[in-house]
Each structure stands twice: as structure tokens, then as C-alpha cells.
Write a protein that binds this ligand. Structure first.
Ligand SMILES: [Zn+2]
Length: 382
């Protein structure tokens, strides 16, 4: 056995831990760029915790584009920033990671982007970056890639480097208390997908398995509870921890076909990543179990799906199909829509399936799905 585990220098978790921000960043200089989403309120309260520092706010309205990142890098350079803080959902955190990594590396963002750029590796450590999630789902606070949209190419691609791992992930569940039910569901289902896919991934290792085994039951009991009552603080804490563990798992074990689909769909159409994953998860699990039973009945992954059945249902007798039935029931209970609700023309199924087949996430899927199988998943989820 051999594996690598990349994690931030420090992970700080707990209700009220945001108050420790000033102390945590005390060694990182005193000029901070605070990258945030559309609403600046959270960033302003972060500013209030950094009284010793000069702070600048930088807003990312949607998922960050190449232009957003280039502007942020310029801003950081001209302000002589020493520390980048990302506060928000995955978009704000990814933007903060990309800006902190590119400020210290010369050249253009396209020198480093995969697929549409030259894909060169970053050679220098970035500015210290602190990631403070305000949703419970993406796990972006502990991953080493930033998803960036190219409007010209209609595609989302990753800037990927060990240097993009935030120095500190500060996860305070209190920041998620006021999330709407819709955002809670979409991000929560992303978290669940990011715990299930690494557990059956062909790159799973014992450390990531531990994160998944700890995280899946927390989502199973707490996502329905927190959708019913957003002020259920114990359930909010469970979801924040599950999201963190999903991020640690995916960053080190990879994902699977759900994320293989989510990349191209998110690039081609304007739809939330979490919702796409939530819609597709039961259908991909179902297809994977069927393909494994047919073509690899002795595979470890089938045993893993049985385990997922037990983790989701809390029943020691549960099998793989009980897990996929549980996921289908969860979708119904949370009123998760079908793909047709996302305004995606049905004619694009072959194109989406073709792109998903080649996506890097799909390579970690526990079994290679055929093009007809990938298309059938989309048909079933339509
Ligand atoms: Zn995801």
C-alpha cells in the first residue's frame, strides 16, 4: 500500500472559531485581500476581526472567470497584499486560492490553466491563503484546485497545484446557520456525492476511507433534519464537518462519474454544481452497481456500495441496492428536480455523455461505464 495525503497546514473547526481569525493570521503580514461573493456582509465582519491589518474587499459575483482572477491578481499586486482570505461558497474560496497562487508566479493565468491553457505547473508558493466557507458542501477550503470559467470557450477548467492548498481552513458552522433551504439542499447533496464517490474511487486509500465513513452517516441523519429546521445547530455542525471531510476525501482519492457529468454540464449550461450532482447521484450509483454486478461481480467496489448502503440506512443488513433506494427516496423527500428543469436541451445528451467519458473525474469511477451507459444515466435523470 502507498498513498499521499495533501491537507492544509491547519484546519480549525468549531462553532464560534471565526473569532480566532486575527490570532490565526498574525504571522501573515498586515495587508489582506478579502475575496467574497455577491453579498459583502460576511466579508465586512471578517474585516472587523482584522483591526491590525489594512484590508481590501474583492467581490466575485458568480463562479470566477479568467477575467475575475486576472483582475484580482492585479489588485493584489498593486495593493502589495500579504494575505488572501476567501470567505463564501466554493466560488469565492476558489477565487481566493487562484489569486493567492498566481500573484507570486509570473506570467498569465493561461500559462497555468489545464485544457484551454498551457498547463504549466506553478513553481512558487503562493501568498498565504485562509479559506472560510459559508456553505456546507464544496469542501473547497481543503482542495488544491480552483474551478475557473472561460466564457469564451464555454467551459470550466481547473487551475491545479499543491500551492493552491489554503494554509488555513477555518470552518465555523455558525456561518451556515442562515443558509436558505435551497442552498442547503444543493450544497449538502454535493457534500454527500463527495463522500460517496471517493469511497468507491479506484484511488481510495485508508485515510480517505475514514473521512467518508465518518461523513456519510452525518449527512444521512442531518441533511433531512437541517432542511426541515435550519436552526438545528447540531445538524448544521454535522453538515459542515461532512463537507470538510468530503473535501479532504476528494482532494486525495478523486471523484467519479457524477462529477464527470457535472463538469461539462456546468460549463455548457448555467446550473448550480451542487444541484447537478444532487440530481445525478442516485442514477449514477444505480448504474455503477448494475455495471459492477454484470462485469466485475467480485470487485471491491461492490463491497463498498454494500457498505454505503449500511452507512446511509443505519441498518447492518443493508445492501448496495438499499443504499441507492435510500438516495432515490432522499431526492423525493427533498424535492430534487430532474435534469429537464435546468433548461438543457435533450439533444445535448450525446455531447454531454461524450465529454463526461473523457472527464478527469470519470477516470476514478469504480468501473468504466460505456457511452450507452452514460447516455442512459442522463435519460433516466431527465
Ligand atoms: Zn462537487
Amino acid at each position: 500500500m502507498s498513498f499521499e495525503l495533501s491537507v492544509p497546514e491547519k484546519v480549525v473547526f468549531g462553532q464560534g472559531t471565526l473569532a480566532r481569525l486575527g490570532e490565526l493570521v498574525s504571522g501573515f503580514g498586515n495587508r489582506a485581500l478579502i475575496v467574497h461573493g455577491a453579498n459583502p456582509d460576511r466579508a465586512r465582519s471578517v474585516e472587523g476581526l482584522l483591526a491590525q491589518s489594512t484590508t481590501y474587499l474583492y467581490s466575485i459575483r458568480n463562479e470566477p472567470t479568467i477575467e475575475d482572477i486576472a483582475k484580482g491578481v492585479e489588485e493584489a499586486k498593486s495593493r502589495e497584499i500579504s494575505l488572501v482570505i476567501g470567505v463564501g461558497g466554493g466560488s469565492a474560496i476558489d477565487a481566493a486560492k487562484a489569486i493567492s497562487g498566481l500573484v507570486t508566479n509570473s506570467g498569465d493565468i493561461l500559462d497555468y490553466l489545464e485544457v484551454i491553457g498551457r498547463g504549466n505547473p506553478l513553481t512558487k508558493a503562493g501568498l498565504p491563503c485562509v479559506a472560510i466557507p459559508t456553505t456546507a458542501g464544496t469542501g473547497a477550503e481543503v482542495t488544491k484546485n480552483a474551478v475557473i470559467a472561460s466564457l469564451a470557450d464555454q467551459i470550466k477548467v481547473s487551475l491545479r497545484s499543491p500551492f493552491l492548498l489554503p494554509r488555513i481552513a477555518l470552518v465555523d458552522p455558525e456561518l451556515t446557520y442562515s443558509l436558505s433551504a435551497g442552498v442547503t439542499i444543493a450544497t449538502g447533496l454535493d457534500a454527500l456525492t463527495q463522500l460517496i464517490e471517493p469511497l468507491v474511487s479506484s484511488r481510495a486509500n485508508p485515510a480517505t476511507d475514514g473521512f467518508c465513513r465518518e461523513g456519510i452517516p452525518r449527512v444521512a441523519r442531518s441533511l433531512p433534519a437541517v432542511v426541515q429546521n435550519g436552526k438545528n445547530f447540531a445538524a448544521r455542525e454535522d453538515m459542515a464537518l461532512a463537507s470538510l471531510f468530503g473535501g479532504l476525501a476528494l482532494a486525495n482519492a478523486g471523484l467519479g462519474a457524477v462529477h464527470g457529468f457535472a463538469g461539462p454540464i456546468g460549463g455548457m449550461f448555467n446550473a448550480s454544481h451542487g444541484l447537478i450532482c444532487g440530481i445525478l447521484l442516485p442514477f449514477v450509483v444505480d448504474a455503477n452497481i448494475r455495471a459492477l454486478r454484470l462485469r466485475a461481480p467480485d470487485s471491491i467496489a461492490l463491497g463498498r456500495y454494500n457498505e454505503i448502503g449500511r452507512l446511509l440506512t443505519d441498518s447492518p443488513q443493508a445492501l448496495a441496492t438499499d443504499g441507492s433506494a435510500w438516495l432515490t427516496d432522499l431526492s423525493k423527500a427533498l424535492n430534487v428536480p430532474k435534469l429537464s428543469s435546468l433548461d438543457i436541451p435533450k439533444e445535448s445528451i450525446p455531447e454531454i455523455a461524450g465529454k463526461a467519458a473523457k472527464a478527469s473525474s470519470t477516470k476514478a469511477n469504480p468501473i468504466q461505464l460505456t457511452l450507452p451507459e452514460l447516455e442512459a444515466i442522463l435519460e433516466a435523470a431527465w
